[in-house]
Design a binder for this molecule. Structure first.
Ligand code: SAM
Length: 246
């Protein structure tokens, strides 16, 4: 069944009114008909099975025929602070990170970042996240936060926070995660912040600043990963370690 995230105000009790581009996509592109069923998500943590009743050019009406808790959300909330990089690479991170199960993306301006002109891209980034979330059957849309400076990121990153750094030789991601998870029960909510550097990496001053705020430098192994690979690899490893991948 096709899945679509919609604004919550489109849900009206037992009926759903679908407007904008989505009505065109449902009627014209996917050629769905009255009686066909789709899944609607309003980002509330629920998903609704909807039977299509009337399909017009600019408006589609549906009736809710089932409601269940949305699945597809990982046990752990990963917030990925990603050092700003060229636009296409950042879009790759948004798409693949959404598929993997990242909860929130925060673009981060580091000393060695390249600017990526967020303003014009905002709507496009939102669409990339939404399409990836629908395709991968996420239950909620990942959040795309405003861009922050490196220092703001470090201050915002409350709780358990890691900063993968290729110069770190003694502390590996796996050991750090295993020790953090020791004693935690299977139903305990988990959250982690992950700070990934830009193509040029973090400066020594940035690493010192992060350490001062208890953000732990960790190694991702002996190979140097590209900036767009590092966050995704670390997110996948974290999800695997908590039993949410594989
Ligand atoms: N400028 C660095 C160099 O050439 O050695 C590489 C930076 S890397 C392309 C971008 C980011 O990915 C780093 O800032 C770090 O956060 C992460 N990263 C990549 N490989 C890593 C590794 N083996 N261990 C820990 N972090 C890594």
């Amino acid at each position: 069944m096709h899945r679509f995230f919609v604004p919550p105000e489109w849900m009206r009790g037992e009926s759903v009114i679908i407007n904008d581009e989505l009505s065109h996509q449902i009627g014209r592109v996917l050629r769905l008909k009255a009686g066909d069923r789709i899944v609607i998500l309003d980002n509330s943590g629920w998903e609704f099975e909807v039977k299509l009743i009337r399909l017009g050019l600019e408006r589609v009406e549906g009736e809710v025929v089932g409601k269940r808790p949305a699945t597809g959300e990982p046990r752990i909330q990963i917030t990925l602070y990603q050092g700003m990089m060229k636009g296409a690479k950042f879009e790759f991170v948004l798409q693949k990170g959404t598929e993997l199960g990242v909860t929130a993306f925060v673009p981060m301006l580091c000393e060695r970042s390249v600017a990526m002109g967020r303003n014009k891209k905002e709507a496009r980034w939102g669409r990339i996240i939404q399409e990836a979330a629908e395709q991968s059957r996420r239950g909620r849309l990942p959040i795309l936060s405003p861009t922050v400076s490196f220092r703001e990121a470090c201050q915002k990153a409350q709780g358990f926070s890691l900063i993968p750094w290729e110069e770190e030789s003694s502390r590996g991601l796996k050991a750090v995660l295993q020790s953090w998870l020791t004693g935690k029960t299977a139903d305990q909510p988990l959250a982690i912040n992950l700070l990934i550097g830009p193509e040029g990496g973090f400066s020594p001053g940035e690493i010192a600043y992060a350490k001062g705020l208890d953000i732990l430098p960790v190694s991702l192994g002996k190979r140097i990963l590209r900036a767009e690979t590092a966050g995704l690899a670390a997110a996948a490893a974290i999800l695997y370690e908590v039993g949410d991948l594989g």
